[in-house]
Structures are given as C-alpha cells and as structure tokens.
Design a binder for this molecule. Structure first.
Ligand code: ATP
Ligand code: MG
Length: 650
C-alpha cells in the first residue's frame, strides 16, 4: 500500500497551542533515551512525594541479574497525588462528570473536594473492616463514581485493588478472587447497561460458592438500582450504612515507590488472563505524564475515555492519569447504541467534551450505521480524538477523522498493553504527522526494536516482532503469584529485551505499524502477512463493516489465509460479492494476500473489552472446534457456535 499519499501533517493552529512541537519532541526524546535517569528524575518531580526519591532507575533485563525498580527509595501515596494536592487550587473544579446509562437520569458533577471526602470515608470504612496495607480488595462495580472512589480508597490505605469488569460472570470473578486471595469485595446490587439490568450482587454470591474463594470476609454492596438482593449477614454490608457516617478525613498510608498499587487481569485474547501487577510511583508518573503529553491536556479540557475501569485503559486514562493531572474526567455508565446510535455524540455535546478516547471496535460498530446518527449532533467542542485496543484500519481512521472530527481533530492512535501501564507508541498531535493505521513514533523513554525469529535486530525499514530494549517507569513488575511466568512470558523469548507479543512494521519514515499478534502474523509461502493489513483491505470495501483474518495450515503454502467478514447493516451476502471481496484484497495488497477462504460472519467472537479473539477463529479455520481453549472472557459465546456451523471447508 502506498503510505506517503496518506500523510496528515501536523496542523499549524494545533501546534501553536500544543505542549509539544516537533523540535521539542525530538529533543526530549533524544534526552530521554540517552539519559533516562536525568529525564525520569525530572518527570518524577511532577508528583507530590512524602520522601523524594534519590534512586531513579535500577533495571536489568538480564535474567541473571533481573530487576525492575523505579524511584526505589521514594515514598508517596497515589490517592494524595490524585486528590489532596489539588484541593488548594482545584478544590471546586469538577474531577468527575458522571453520565448515567439513561439520558433521562441527571448527570453528576463531582468536585475534587467532594471526591476527596468520599474517598476518605470509604478508606476509613475499609480500615474499620480490617483491611490493611497489602491486602487485596476486589472491585466488581458498574461504571459509577463509586468505582473510582473504591480504587482511590484502596490506594489511600495501601490495599491492592483488583478490578473485575462488571460484564464478567460468576466463574470469572471466582477465578480472579482465588488467584489473588482478596479479603473484601465491593459490588453493587445491580448494574445498568443499555437499559438492561446486570445482577452483580447475585454473580458475587454465586462466585463465593465456588472453590478457592473463602479468603473473602466482607462484601460491601452499593445501592444503585435499588433492585432486590440477598444479604447474607454478617458477610454482606450495605455500602452507605458503613461509609456515610465515617469522617471525611483519612490519614494516607506511606507507600514505598515499589509497593503494589493494583493487580489487573489481561483481557485474555491470547490465552488465560495474567494477573498483571503494577507498583505505585513508576506507574503513576507514567500514567500522568503520558496522559498530559499524548492528549495535550490543558486546564479547561473536558476529557472522556469510553473504556471501562475494568480494563487498564480505564485505570490509567479514566482514573489515575487524569486525576493525578487535576483534569475533568467523564465516567459513562452506558453503551454507544443506547437509546440510539447517537449517544456518544450526544454526550459530547451535553458535556462539551474536548478530548475523546475510544476503541476501534466502537468506531467500526458506529460506522456500520452510517453518518446520519453522527451528523445530527454538533461535536464542535471536540479538539482531539484517540484510539486504543487494536490496530485501527485506515478506513475506520478516516471515518473517525472526517465524519466524527470533521477534519478538525488530530487522532492519536495509542499502542500499549496492560503490561506497559501506559501508552508507549503514539503520535503527539502537535509534533508528529499522522498516517492512518500507524501508531507512529515511540513515547519519551521508549526504545522499540524489531527482531526476526532468531532475535536478530532489524534496522531501517523492516517487519518483525516488536520488543522493547529498555524499561520505562510504568512497566509491570510481575505476574501476581507467578514471577516465573512473568520472566518466561516476556523476557525469555529474546534475551535482554521485553517481548510484546505483537508483530510490527517500520516504514521508511521510521513510523511503527502494529500488524497484529505475532501468533496471528501469517506466513504464506515465506511472506509475512499481517492480519491487520488484510483486514484493513477488506474493511476498505464499502459493503464490509468488520473483518477478521487468521492463518490455517496449507499443504503448498505453509499457511493459507482465512477471512471472516461482517457486512454493513442492510447488505446481503452473495457469491458475486464473495468473488468481489477476494478480488478487492488482491488489488489492494497483491496476489500474495489473496484469501484462500472467506466466510460470512454475522458476528465475530470478541473479548469483553471488544477485541477480536483471533485464536478462536484460528481453531475454527483449522477445523479444531474442540480446542478453543479458555473462552471465559468471550462477550457472546453463541457467535462461536454459528461460525463453527457455517465453516467453509478448506
Ligand atoms: P491477553 O494478553 O490476555 O491476550 P490482551 O493482549 O488483549 O490480552 P491488553 O493488554 O488489553 O490485553 O491488550 C494489549 C494488546 O492490544 C496489544 O498487545 C496489541 O496487540 C493490542 N493493541 C492495543 N492498542 C493498540 C493499537 N493502538 N494498535 C494496535 N494494537 C493495539
Ligand atoms: Mg496481551
């Protein structure tokens, strides 16, 4: 594909007001890799420390001396950094805007002062219930302010929170509780999504009947919908009954920089979820600094990230990054298509959102419904758009840019992982020209490299496996309870480097293009073909809404290409369209990328966070539906059955 024709240069009007210009980015980047200690020492000063660190970086990826320590002798408290230190200057500023599931319910504006009081009260209540520094607390809540309050209350008393996405069922809760041995669970009577009730408390009850969960002593229940629940005394306590009468001040725990802040399980697109552990100082420095720089944060921005707090994006870019920066962060309980497909854009108009951060899966779903639901809203307040979670196809990128942003707002396509704590590759909108589908350039202090299968580093224009040659403060420190799995998963494959598991291409301008998971890069007759590229070609056809591409064993070519295609609303499948799509891919990429099989897919198997689970599609393509592996994180398992039934026989 010709990429140079697809350059969106930095807009001078944006650069004039933005935090980073091209020169500043290049200068700071060079310093950040040449002198990481000096650089991160300076950036670390953005936090309020109880004891300022003198040791900045102490890292070795060498397995004989393996260690990752940042700011190791520093002491601080994350909740103090997100709340207390703003009170003098931003006490009356809105910290959280809460937009409920139903637009008919009133929105809430919670100031920094209110949020501080709510966090202190819950923190006192948790202490009263016997929760101590280092104890694990599971948070299983809808997207309501109490979710944020709970995370910060844990941080205040040094408890390690572990948020479980509210869309998970009992067995997923039980697995995670058993893995980390939590002492207390904070949940709600019910959740509300798209007008439908979710039986959160009942799911917790069912989970706590499962083996391995008897570490849990207390369940705190937020009254949200008012729906009936079974309260099992003395284990279950109403949140308001325990919290409301507490004092609104709470002495924060002094935490060492490397004390754990939270455990979060990955989304499970490649296998059994890992309990990723992040520590206090490095994570917070990195979340706050990336949030400010990548989103070009200004004091009066209204910032909205549509992720759920159950994912790392919600942790870093709804809660910790924005609040450490004293920003206004919008918390949305609902879904993009309720009451209709205009909801996102209506919320943007209602709250005058200036920065909007969402996922390609949402963009593709909205694009499928056409422009009308977007165009009936104003969106004039928007100035910056962001994308995260999967490679964004150039087609979806352009729709986001042209239709949603009306050609006015730069898009930051941010590549990162639960493991990385924050954004590692992304444009800075005032500094880096955009290319649709490319996450562009590394963030400060990030040293990406491409390696071939033998671990040889590839220079210049190249395609290979994406590794990171040095540490950054937000890097995960271990897999909870299984340090060996941490080492084996990330540091053994290409010794001396952190292996991301992603395939990537670097173009002649030094731009990075994530091509998909390494397991999903297809080797056709010796040519490496990224699933993302074939998918983008398919989605660029006007009748295609979404596509997923996997490899399957092929007698002659080694691997063949198997494509699953979802058409846009109202389009019918036909043999003629089938041929047309195959010809379309040949034309867009070349004959080498011709799909061997193309199957119509009314829906695709996705994780709860909206990522396509290609490993399941691979098993279906290989005709091994009995080997699907861990499917507990699938959003809708019935999709799989219908794909198995409709499989095209290779
Ligand atoms: P698991 O590790 O359990 O399989 P997961 O990798 O889906 O789950 P996350 O940490 O949420 O869990 O996702 C990180 C992955 O998402 C990255 O490794 C990458 O494959 C993909 N990703 C995230 N953002 C982008 C992006 N902007 N462009 C391309 N890929 C992205
Ligand atoms: Mg992963």
């Amino acid at each position: 594909m010709n990429q140079s024709a697809n350059l969106y240069p930095v807009k001078p009007e944006f650069a004039a007001k933005s935090r980073y210009t091209r020169e500043r980015y290049e200068q700071d980047y060079a310093e950040s890799v040449a002198q990481p200690e000096a650089f991160w020492g300076r950036i670390g000063q953005r936090l309020d420390w109880m004891r300022a660190p003198t040791q900045i970086k102490d890292v070795s990826f060498d397995l004989n001396h393996f260690r990752i320590h940042w700011y190791a002798d520093g002491e601080l408290n994350a909740s103090v950094n997100c709340l207390d230190r703003h009170l003098a200057t931003r006490g009356d500023k809105t910290a959280l805007i809460f937009e409920p599931d139903s637009p008919d319910q009133p929105a809430q504006h919670i100031t920094y002062r209110d949020l501080h009081a709510r966090v202190c009260k819950l923190a006192n209540a948790l202490r009263g219930l016997g929760v101590r520094k280092g104890d694990r607390v599971t948070i299983y809540l809808p997207m309501i302010p109490e979710a944020v309050v709970s995370m910060l209350a844990c941080a205040r008393i040094g408890a390690i929170h572990t948020v479980v996405f509210g869309g998970f069922a009992a067995n997923s809760i039980a697995d995670r509780v058993a893995d980390c041995g939590s002492k207390l669970i904070i949940t709600a009577d019910e959740g509300l999504r798209g007008g439908k009730k979710v039986a959160l408390k009942a799911n917790v009850d069912a989970a706590l009947k499962m083996p391995g969960t008897n570490s849990v002593e207390t369940v705190l229940v937020v009254r949200h919908t008012g729906g009936a629940v079974d309260m099992q005394m003395p284990r279950d306590r109403w949140y308001d009954a325990v919290v409301d009468s507490q004092p609104a001040q709470c002495e924060p725990e002094r935490m060492n920089a490397e004390d754990p802040l939270f455990i979060l399980y990955t989304s499970g697109s490649t296998g059994k979820p890992k309990g990723v552990l992040h520590t206090t100082a490095g994570y917070l420095v990195f979340a706050a600094y990336t949030h400010e720089a990548v989103f070009d944060l200004q004091e009066d921005d209204v910032y909205w990230c549509t992720a759920d707090v159950g994912w790392v994006t919600g942790h870093s870019y709804i809660v910790y990054g924005p609040l450490a920066n004293g920003a206004t962060s919008l918390v949305f309980e609902g879904v993009p298509n309720y009451p209709d497909y205009s909801r996102f854009w209506q919320v943007i108009d209602k709250h005058q959102v200036t920065i909007f951060y969402t996922a390609p899966t949402a963009i593709r779903a909205l694009m499928r419904e056409g422009e009308e639901p977007v165009q009936k809203t104003s969106r004039k307040s928007l100035r910056l758009l962001g994308s995260v979670g999967e490679p964004i196809n150039p087609e979806a990128w352009r729709w986001y840019y042209d239709v949603v942003g009306e050609g006015r707002c730069p898009i930051v396509d941010t590549w990162w992982q639960t493991e990385t704590g924050g954004i590692l590759i992304s444009p800075l909108a005032g500094a880096i020209d955009l290319k649709p589908g490319s996450a562009t350039k590394p963030f400060f202090g990030v040293v990406p490299a491409l390696v071939d299968a033998s671990g040889q580093i590839l220079e210049g224009e190249a395609e290979g496996n994406l590794v990171l040659l040095d540490s950054w403060p937000g890097q995960m420190r271990t897999v909870y309870g299984d340090h060996q799995r941490f080492i084996d998963t990330y540091f053994r494959t290409y010794p001396g480097t952190y292996f991301t598991g992603d395939g990537c291409r670097r173009d002649a301008d030094g731009y990075y293009w994530i091509t998909g998971r390494v397991d999903d890069v297809i080797n056709v007759s010796g040519h490496r073909i990224g699933t993302a590229e074939v998918e983008s070609a398919l989605v660029s056809h006007p009748k295609v809404a979404e596509a997923a591409v996997v490899g399957f064993p092929h007698d002659l070519k080694g691997q063949g290409i198997y494509a699953y295609v979802t058409l846009i609303a109202g389009e019918a499948t036909s043999d003629a369209l089938h041929k047309e799509l195959i010809a379309h891919v040949r034309k867009e990429i070349g004959p080498i990328a011709t799909p061997d099989h193309l199957q119509w897919a009314p829906g695709l198997p996705k994780t709860r966070s909206g990522k396509i689970m290609r490993r399941i599609l691979r098993k279906i393509a290989e005709n091994a539906p009995d080997q699907l592996g861990d499917t507990s994180t699938l959003a809708d398992p019935s999709v799989v059955d219908s794909l198995v039934k409709e499989r095209r026989v290779p």
